[in-house]
Design a protein around this ligand. Structure first.
Ligand SMILES: [Zn+2]
Length: 68
């Protein structure tokens, strides 16, 4: 099957048959899409001068773990 790699099969086996290699692949791709989307939102907020994490303007943002 296209896209299924050895580590998908291994992950499928280690999940105890909970996931098929195809499902592992889909989960992985879903995760990548989310990460990519988050990156884009962050970039967009940055372009608008806001921090996506705390909602402050970038000059008021403390940076590391600013949302805490
Ligand atoms: Zn911030």
């Amino acid at each position: 099957m296209a896209g299924i790699m050895e580590h998908h099969k291994v992950l499928s086996e280690t999940s105890g048959g909970k996931y098929t290699p195809q499902e592992i692949l889909e989960l992985e791709q879903g995760f990548r899409t989310d990460a990519l989307q988050q990156e884009q939102e962050e970039q967009e907020a940055n372009d608008n001068g806001y921090c996506i994490h705390c909602g402050e303007e970038l000059e008021n943002c403390t940076g590391y773990k600013c949302w805490i």
